[in-house]
Design a protein around this ligand. Structure first.
Ligand code: NAG
Ligand code: NAG
Ligand code: NAG
Length: 457
């Protein structure tokens, strides 16, 4: 009897521990990055519109970096942030979570200087190398130094490490300087332990930025390059659920899950999948290789196919065209021709409401409709159709945004508000506004992008 009951106890402890023993996934809270302090709906929406346009501009026209070759990251954010713990003992640092870049860097040392950075007036937390016992400076001969400085000839990069004394050469990997559209960051590269909730990952390459402009926080690159978080950690899958923008500034967060299924309650969600694509890698467009491309095949508005020339849907042999999914973009972006077709479809089909051109000009979005006096408001369905048959039928709140009580505007941007639109980089950028209350999954092992509409909380 005694044996039996202790056996039972043993089994129930084991059952209790099983999920802990076999759980390999890591969960990190994902919150909005506060990008503006205004609650004025006009200003807020036009702020998001201008952020999204400048983000698209940076993605399409990355600046040639003068020293390093890290592709662009956003300089301003309607974005999401995560906190990561680096060092021993761990220091918690907020990062912008960015699928559109691959370098990881944080504000570093007490002397960190940042010009035009704070959006909220609060000080940006810095990582302090002196307080960590596990930090090292990345050495010049370390192969990982080529992630940042890929000069074909290492003898120019590591002059002090030439034979005969190269074995214990102390020269560090040269400083990095990353130029973004209107901002920059620079510093030294460290190797440090990343302390995740259920494991420690040693030797993570991370930039210790000493000087930045226009950078409200560090950036955790989740793109395709070698130095991104998924690549360095060998993560096969990451997923997150995008909270409704109604929770902007509320401090609410959802979860970013690394390796493992996103689990909301008990049900395991069944997602729709479309292949993740890579841009054909040509040297001039190396910066495009970090983006997650998907095969958008068509867009329908109210069941009618929107006319989109083929060249916008499929990247050409120079890598231009195609669709990316980008966590750093708020309102989705469409090239002029694509956007004009979508705009025409809405203005042709929506007859009940009057266009409000004055507000369109004021906010920088179109079309805008005055819905005053209408009890029930309905608009044509907007559906993105992807390669493999996956369909994303957006809820109305994901493509029309209210401006005050009377007016709603299509919450997407195009370069036509900005003048010329050269055929450069991705033609369509799917942003986070369109995926509110969607669970999204980047399944890197199977090279597929999954999504499912779901209340995120
Ligand atoms: C940013 O810096 C420039 C000068 O470098 C200054 O003119 C401008 O007012 C600054 N903007 C903010 C928001 O601080
Ligand atoms: C560095 O450049 C060489 C030659 O251009 C290329 O073959 C190699 O893949 C690059 N390495 C990295 C880490 O980008
Ligand atoms: C919307 O239309 C109503 C009535 O037609 C008008 O009174 C109101 O001023 C309009 N709102 C805006 C923001 O133009």
């Amino acid at each position: 009897m005694a044996l039996n009951s202790s056996f039972h106890l043993f089994v129930s402890i084991l059952l209790f521990l099983l999920p802990l023993i076999f759980s390999t996934s890591t969960t990190i809270p994902l919150t909005f990055f506060h990008s503006s302090s205004t609650r004025d709906p006009y200003k807020h929406l036009s702020h998001l519109a201008s952020l999204s346009i400048s983000r698209a501009h940076h993605i399409k026209f990355p600046q040639k970096p003068s020293i390093s070759t890290t592709p662009l990251a956003p300089h301003s954010y309607g974005a999401y942030s995560i906190s990561l713990n680096f060092g021993t003992p761990p220091q918690s640092i907020p990062f912008i979570m960015d699928t559109g870049s691959d370098f990881v860097w944080f504000p570093c040392t007490k002397r960190y200087t940042c010009n035009n950075c704070s959006v909220t007036g609060q000080e940006i937390p810095s990582y302090i190398p002196k307080a960590s016992s596990s930090v090292q400076i990345l050495g010049c001969m370390n192969p990982k130094c080529t992630w940042i400085h890929n000069t074909t000839d290492p003898s120019t990069r590591c002059k002090d490490c030439q034979l005969p004394n190269s074995a214990n050469c102390k020269q560090m990997c040269p400083p990095y300087l990353i130029l973004y559209g209107s901002g920059s960051t620079s510093g030294l590269t460290l190797v440090e332990t990343l302390d995740l909730p259920n494991k420690k990952v040693p030797n993570v390459v991370v930039g210790c930025s000493l000087f930045s402009t226009h950078q409200p926080a560090g950036i955790a690159g989740f793109g395709r390059g070698v130095s991104s978080i998924p690549s360095q950690l060998g993560i096969k899958k990451f997923s997150y659920c995008l909270l409704s923008r109604n929770y902007d500034d509320s401090g609410k967060s959802s979860n970013l899950v690394l390796d493992g299924a996103y689990n909301s309650g008990k049900k395991t969600a069944i997602l729709s999948y479309t292949p993740l694509l890579k841009n054909p890698l040509v040297p001039e467009t190396k910066s495009l290789s970090v983006y997650y491309y998907v095969g958008l095949r068509k867009i329908t508005v109210g069941g009618q196919k929107v006319k989109i020339p083929y060249k916008f849907l499929i990247p050409d042999d120079k890598g231009n065209g195609g669709t990316i999914v980008d966590s750093g973009t708020t309102l989705s972006y469409m090239s002029y021709d694509v956007f004009e077709s979508v705009l025409k479809a809405f203005s042709d089909q929506v007859k009940y409401f009057k266009r409000d051109v004055e507000i369109e000009t004021q906010i920088g979005l179109k079309p805008c409709f005055n819905i005053s006096g209408h009890e029930k408001v309905s608009f044509p369905d907007l559906i993105f159709h992807f390669k493999g048959g996956a369909e994303m039928k957006l809820p109305l709140a994901n493509y029309f945004a209210g401006v005050g009580n009377d007016v709603v505007c299509l919450a997407m941007v195009s370069s036509n508000f900005y003048g010329s639109d050269l055929f450069n980089g991705p033609s369509i950028i799917l942003g986070s506004f369109q995926m509110q209350n969607y669970q999204v999954e980047f399944d890197l092992k199977n090279e597929r992008f999954g999504f499912k509409q779901q209340l995120c909380k």
